[in-house]
Design a protein around this ligand. Structure first.
Ligand code: PGA
Ligand code: ZN
Length: 410
């Protein structure tokens, strides 16, 4: 039974304000904080109401808190429904999805703690003891870096040959270090600066960055014997001007057909393992076309297009848009809605990829969600305190599992 709830304003990794929730039960305690995006999808729930965090903390203390006291912390759906009812809108714009998601997750963590279970076991565990592969962030561009960085938002890698999570996260940081060295050789004026998610933010064109990414994967694969493959998140809604994709750094534009050609070319040339948001968020047809063309050799993942929303995902499933999707609990605002989307995805053979946001805290919850949901991939950076909080938690989870194995990648 929830005995007390506290809300506080804390910092996120960009230095912006976010909220943290503490929930106390008779014999349990749960704490969760909400992250924030920079390249958010248009149909995400509203993270914070316009009136600001100070005012929402007052509303919480005066109106929300007493509705939740006395509910069992393990009644996730009841807690989430209560929050949605108090909010009263269909996009959580009055309470803010960041407030509701932090409450929803903190309650689950309090319940887990009162049963003396880690969160992933409380949420049903993972019958096969599978650990997700980490999609490590290597180079940042687009909305996550400065104007001379590549237009492509994220250059990622997956250590597909790793035997365990420790090998996997250390393989990723070796690639990160190697890329840092290669950038300095290419750009002697490089300051070694990084973007929002801990990847390097270099003065490089898209193709220069692709070359360096690919070379680093190859060199570290050879050095370690662990196969590592390149991946991307283009976040191209940020590049779309209404009729074409504008690549400012490269000085070129691409219409939808040219964008698809460009994607096909880089998927083949660089043997891309995974491409997230290849096209703008409302181009369901384009996603379906690309998936038909390359979906057997490359994971095509939808982030801004589906925004962790089961109804929007259902539209994509109908026409075969993408074969994977990003799961970000604060895009939809509650744990139960997040789970519903994961379930729909898995029932339709879409790969769920549990993900951080560009603005993060040291909250480690998504490591548990990825394991409990049986997600074969988790995207949570490679370096930086708020990123390694999740990666190190996966190492601990692996340690306490009876016979841990890496997840199966398609
Ligand atoms: P965001 O971006 O957290 O800034 O929305 C991350 C992503 O696009 O995956
Ligand atoms: Zn994305």
């Amino acid at each position: 039974v929830i005995e007390n709830i506290d809300i506080r304003k804390i910092l996120d990794s960009r230095g912006n304000a976010t909220v943290e929730i503490d929930i106390t039960t008779e014999n349990g305690f749960g704490r969760a904080a909400a992250p924030s995006g920079a390249s958010t999808g248009a149909l995400e729930v509203v993270a914070f109401p316009e009136k600001g965090i100070g005012s929402i903390i007052n509303t919480f203390n005066e109106q929300v808190k007493r509705e939740l006291l006395g509910i069992n912390a393990d009644e996730t759906t009841l807690i989430d429904d209560t929050l949605k009812e108090i909010d009263g809108t269909d996009n959580l714009s009055s309470l803010g999805g960041n407030i509701t998601v932090a409450i929803s997750l903190a309650a689950a963590k309090a319940a887990a703690s009162s049963y003396n279970l880690p969160l992933y076991l409380f949420l049903g565990g993972n019958l096969k003891n599978e650990i997700p592969y980490p999609l490590g962030n290597m180079i940042n561009g687009g909305a996550h870096a400065g104007k001379n960085a590549p237009d492509i938002q994220e250059f990622l890698v997956v250590p597909v040959g790793a035997q365990n999570i420790t090998e996997a996260v250390f393989a990723n940081v070796q690639v990160h270090k190697k890329i840092g060295e290669l950038i300095k050789v290419k750009d002697t004026l490089s300051t070694g600066g990084k973007g929002d998610e801990g990847g390097w933010a270099p003065n490089l064109s898209n193709y220069e960055a692709l070359e360096i990414q690919s070379r680093a994967c190859e060199e570290i694969s050879n050095e370690t014997g662990i196969k590592i493959r390149p991946s991307l998140d283009l976040a191209p809604s940020e590049l779309w001007d209404g009729s074409k994709y504008v690549y400012t750094r490269e000085g070129v534009t691409r219409d939808t057909g040219e964008q698809i050609e460009f994607l096909k070319e880089i998927i083949d040339t660089y043997q891309m393992f995974y491409i997230e948001d290849p096209l703008r968020e409302d181009d369901f047809e384009g996603f379906a076309e690309l998936t038909r063309m390359v979906g057997d050799k490359c994971i095509i993942c939808g982030d801004d297009i589906f925004v962790t929303n089961s109804q929007i995902l259902a539209r994509g499933i109908e026409i075969g848009a993408a074969n994977a999707l990003i799961i970000k609990p604060n895009q939809i605002g509650t744990l139960s809605d997040t789970y519903q989307t994961v379930k729909l995805a898995k029932d339709n053979s879409y790969t769920p990829v549990v993900s951080h946001r560009s603005g993060e805290t040291t909250d480690e919850t998504i490591a548990h969600l990825a394991v409990a949901f049986g997600a074969p991939l988790i995207k949570t950076g490679a370096v930086g305190g708020e990123r390694i909080a999740k990666l190190n938690e996966l190492i601990r989870i692996q340690e306490e599992m009876p016979d841990p194995v890496m997840a199966t990648l398609k």
